[in-house]
Design a protein around this ligand. Structure first.
Ligand code: SF4
Ligand code: SF4
Length: 383
């Protein structure tokens, strides 16, 4: 960051909806509860905020400026109510103005611009994951739009989440349809990198697309899409009934619309994704789905509000993280130590990072990483 006067930093952050940096009294609670305290790092959010207050660059590197995963723990614990994530977004936006942005984030932003997804994949391939599924197009008589996260559209492992969900929705007779290749990334993560322009373009395109098709209800497969659709799109004219798939599956089971005939005879630990749990207060439904599937719950510690971030939020899913700094490594170790045979979650980012760490930590034969939809799909008869 340049040597910017304090008032200019404050103005920039305010313009992004952030709180006045003066609210911060430098108590350090935020740094203390931050998941980065579990590993060796230069990242201390209190210090970053101090630099913001002073309006100086200090010695902060790109790695520090883009270190925050926006997990929300500090926000929940700050005694002064500082909107820390908005402050981080503002500081990143200022950094980006002078080119301080990791190359992988630049690449993701470029891909969003040209393909509508962050993974550098052609728009035309967005629904390749469902080529053989004969998914119905969303129409006037369809109840739900099924909006699938970019990660589950393109990543080979993550596609299995979407496929399992389709299997369960069909078994329950849910009326759903898809829009297809015109859909764009929700823009949640790119906004957290401070790139308001990219977010605005994606969001406006999606809002106009969904409204134009007469969408009223949406099933989302990612807590990040859930956050954006429920908390950020209403201001842009997108006001729909949005449901995360874990909520819908729990509802279908409770209403008796889904006959669960089998039993998943495994010890299952559940990892609360930050954006489903802390940010959206959805804690019970994914656990209810696992219970309905017959799983035996195993507690890892650091549950619900205290869940350990996987490390993928805030755009970090697109960044390289050194092996000894990966929170997902700690998480799979916790699951294994608790005696879990399955580590379940309900977020494509969490699943990707936990799946990777399961392999690097040598748990390939002893621990599976699954989405709650995949666990439930194992307990219903095949289509
Ligand atoms: S917890 Fe809040 S008041 Fe304390 S240092 Fe962090 S941002 Fe400042
Ligand atoms: S949002 Fe999470 S990762 Fe970011 S500074 Fe706060 S506690 Fe740390």
């Amino acid at each position: 960051m340049p040597d910017t006067p304090f008032f200019e930093v404050n103005e920039a952050i305010r313009s992004l909806g952030g709180e006045d940096l003066n609210l911060c009294m430098q108590c350090g609670t935020c740094s203390g509860v931050c998941p980065w305290r579990n590993v060796e790092t230069e990242f201390f959010i209190r210090r970053l905020i101090r630099f913001g207050q002073l309006g100086v660059e200090g010695s902060e590197s790109e790695e520090v400026l883009f270190g925050c995963t926006t997990c929300g723990r500090c926000v929940d614990n700050c005694p002064r109510g500082v909107a820390i994530i908005d402050v981080v977004k503002g500081m990143r936006a200022m950094g980006a103005e002078v080119g301080a942005m990791p190359a992988t984030l630049k690449a993701a932003a470029g891909s969003l611009e040209s393909h509508g997804n962050p993974w550098g994949e052609p728009r035309a391939k967005r629904f390749d994951w469902a080529k053989d599924l004969d998914l119905p197009p969303f129409g006037p008589d369809t109840e739900y739009l099924l909006s699938v996260c970019c990660t589950s559209c393109y990543d080979a492992r993550s596609r299995k989440i979407a496929r399992a969900l389709v299997q369960v929705l069909r078994a329950a007779g849910v009326s759903f349809g898809v829009i297809g290749t015109d859909e764009n990334c929700c823009g949640e993560a790119i906004r957290k990198t401070g790139n308001e322009e990219a977010f605005g373009r994606l969001a406006e395109a999606n809002v106009s697309l969904f409204n134009g098709r007469g969408v009223k209800k949406i099933i989302v497969t990612s807590p990040h899409c859930f956050h954006t659709y429920t908390k950020e799109y209403p201001a842009l004219g997108g006001e729909w009934e949005v449901i995360h798939h874990s909520q819908l599956l729990a509802q279908l089971v409770a209403d008796g619309r889904l006959k669960v005939e089998g039993k998943v005879a495994a010890k299952v630990a559940y990892h609360d994704p930050c954006y489903l749990g802390r940010h959206s207060r959805i804690f019970d439904e994914p656990r209810a789905v696992l219970g309905a599937a017959g799983a035996t719950a195993v507690e890892m510690g650091r549950e619900r509000d205290f869940s350990l971030c996987c490390g993928g939020g805030g755009g970090r899913v697109w960044m390289e993280t050194a092996h000894d700094q990966r929170f997902s490594v700690l998480r799979v170790r916790e699951a294994a130590e608790a005696g879990a045979e399955v580590l379940a979650t309900a977020c494509p980012y969490c699943l990707t990072l936990l799946e990777d760490s399961r392999k690097t930590e040598g748990f390939e034969d002893s621990l599976e990483v699954l989405d709650v939809a995949e666990v439930l799909a194992r307990a219903i008869p095949p289509a």
